[in-house]
Design a protein around this ligand. Structure first.
Ligand code: G3H
Ligand code: 13P
Ligand code: ZN
Length: 303
């Protein structure tokens, strides 16, 4: 069933687990995530970046999510890193049930003003909003930030009071993409504890992919050129959930699984050019990766 972001995160906050938010860009990725959600009996957030909307279009993405929502687990269709007001407005109108407005690159007052405007528009339609304060590092196609600026608890408190967001993305050391740390991976869990105590609301962790070594090894074995990728270790995700994270974003691990599976199939079966045969192992591998993450977040069995 299709639910709002607020509904899905309220339960997670009360029961101290996190809901997985996974980026969808095509049908196979969406199916893989839903197969995992159904097998784990887990609530799930299907999120679309502005890049995904540009690639697949509103109608196809909406149709995928609304089809997914026929399953017996709670599903949110969420805009990830909305920065363009026109896209935000279109998603609100088109039936998304969660909106992230990302004004983290703007001066504080501008971030507050824009986020509050989005909250007003979305709440009028019963749709929930995620805001962001501090900046998560890394570079994706449409989400670029060179440095990590850790979230200041005082600033976060003022931001929430002024904007009335339903949930907040905080920066505690993670970054987007496959190259998160050089050296020791460490999240500032002490800062997380302080923010949670102060705000007492659902919190979001972006840039949370684990970049599992076995997946990197498979992709590289079949020709991927990946340098020195590094993700957030599983035990640190478990601790982040323990100390108050209720939504964990994952995209990079899905991309890696897709890439590793497609490369393997094409290398082993060069004579087979049926796209269904090529994409089926990708769908299966993504499902496996997503199931593992749902267990990690404590969301298995919570649907
Ligand atoms: O946080 C960013 C997501 O991984 C989406 O990336 O803008 O390349 O679709 P994208
Ligand atoms: P990863 O790049 O770590 O998967 O993070 C994705 C994300 O935060 C999407 O908003
Ligand atoms: Zn993100």
């Amino acid at each position: 069933m299709l639910v709002t972001l607020k509904q899905i995160l309220k339960k997670a906050n009360t029961e101290n687990y996190a809901v997985g938010a996974f980026n969808i860009n095509n049908m196979e990725i969406c199916q893989a995530i839903m197969n995992a959600a159904v097998s784990q009996k887990a609530p799930v957030i299907l999120q679309t970046s502005q890049g995904a909307i540009e690639y697949a279009g509103y109608d196809y993405l909406k149709a995928l999510a609304h089809t997914a929502a026929k399953q017996k687990v709670p599903v949110v269709l969420h805009l990830d890193h909305g920065r363009d007001m026109e896209i935000v407005k279109k998603c609100i109108k088109a039936g998304w049930t969660g909106i992230m407005y990302d004004g983290s690159h703007l001066p504080f007052d501008e971030n507050v003003a824009n986020t509050a405007k989005v909250v007003k528009m979305a709440h009028a339609k019963g749709i929930s909003v995620e805001g962001e304060i501090g900046t998560i590092g890394g570079a994706e196609e449409t989400v670029i930030s060179r440095e990590i600026i850790y979230t200041n608890p005082d600033v976060a408190e003022e931001f929430v009071k002024k904007t009335k967001v339903d949930t907040l993305a905080i920066a505690i050391g993670t970054s987007h993409g496959a190259y998160k740390f050089s050296g020791n991976a460490r999240l500032d869990l002490h800062l997380l504890k302080i923010i949670k105590q102060r705000l007492n609301m659902p919190l979001v962790l972006h840039g949370a992919s684990g970049v599992p070594a076995w997946l990197v090894t498979q992709a590289v074995r079949y020709g991927a050129q990946l340098g020195k990728p590094e993700g957030v270790p599983d035990d640190q995700i478990v601790n982040a959930v323990k100390y108050g994270i209720n939504k964990v974003n994952t995209d990079t691990d899905i991309r890696l699984a897709f890439d590793a599976a497609v490369r393997k199939f094409i290398a082993e079966k060069p004579e087979d050019f049926d796209p269904r045969h090529i994409l089926q192992p990708a769908r299966e591998l993504i499902q496996q990766v997503v199931e593992h993450r749902m267990r990690l977040f404590g969301s298995s069995g919570k649907a």
